[in-house]
Design a protein around this ligand. Structure first.
Ligand code: ZN
Length: 254
């Protein structure tokens, strides 16, 4: 990120209220060089968790939010999408080392497939007290396609399976690809199955009278520690608006 951009972000950030908790997300963790939002290099992930630990950030589980604990100013909700095996293989020991809590959105059909978590891993992670699980549909379908015919299969089946293995009711859902529309929000709202739904947007500019999607910001493999620090400070709302402005004026300086 350019120096001038960073200055603008920190200036604008002072004027915009920040999300609390701040929501950041990852997907896969890799030993090789990473890939934007999809794969974070293990060493980089280590440095980022170390940063949270050394700077006294409080990390939350879904159930911490459910309990209505008032998040402190430095509260972070970390989530991983899709349920990659690397979350267990590489992520767990790093999270354990720094006592950091995280949450994983599971896609039911991926569980047990090569490269993804098994139910045994899910259970072990849950039993550690550091990880909780949310739903991410059965087949990772675009949520706009959810209707009364596939609701049971795409939504209820995921919840039931997590409940069976972990022993709690799932109340958190993440839209695959971050995509949703008013129709699906209303649908979820009417069924009352989830308490919180998450997107991949940095913020939620749409005002809804029902279930309000929670914005999250992705951590990219290219992010340096300063970018990471900016994101966990909640400055991503400013980053979001600056990106929109850039698109509006077709300006590449940001
Ligand atoms: Zn996904």
């Amino acid at each position: 990120m350019k120096k001038s951009t960073k200055k603008i972000i920190s200036g604008v950030s002072k004027l915009i209220s920040k999300p609390n908790p701040v929501n950041i997300y990852y997907h896969d963790i890799t030993l090789h060089s990473g890939e934007s939002y999809m794969r974070i290099n293990k060493e980089k992930f280590y440095s980022q968790m170390k940063f949270l630990y050394e700077n006294n950030y409080e990390t939350l589980l879904f159930s911490d939010i459910k309990k209505g604990n008032n998040p402190t100013k430095k509260s972070i909700l970390i989530s991983f999408d899709d349920g990659f095996e690397s979350n267990y293989e590489y992520g767990m020991s790093i999270l354990k080392k720094f006592g950091i809590k995280a949450n994983i959105f599971l896609t039911l059909d991926y569980i047990g497939k090569e490269g993804y978590l098994t139910w045994d891993m899910v259970k072990e992670m849950h039993d550690s007290g550091l990880i909780e699980f949310g739903a991410h549909t059965k087949t990772h379908l675009d949520s706009r396609l959810i209707n009364s015919n596939n609701f049971k299969e795409e939504i209820r089946s995921v919840n039931e399976n997590i409940e069976k293995h972990c022993g709690y009711q799932v109340e958190d859902f993440c839209f695959p690809y971050g995509i949703y529309n008013r129709k699906v929000l209303k649908y979820f709202n009417d069924f009352g199955i989830y308490k919180r739904v998450y997107t991949s947007d940095m913020c939620n500019p749409k005002k809804m009278s029902f279930l309000k999607p929670v914005g999250r910001i992705g951590i990219r493999d290219e992010d340096d520690l300063e970018d990471f620090s900016n994101k966990v400070k909640g400055n991503y709302v400013s980053i979001y608006y600056l990106k929109r402005l850039r698109r509006l004026f077709n300006y590449n300086g940001i």
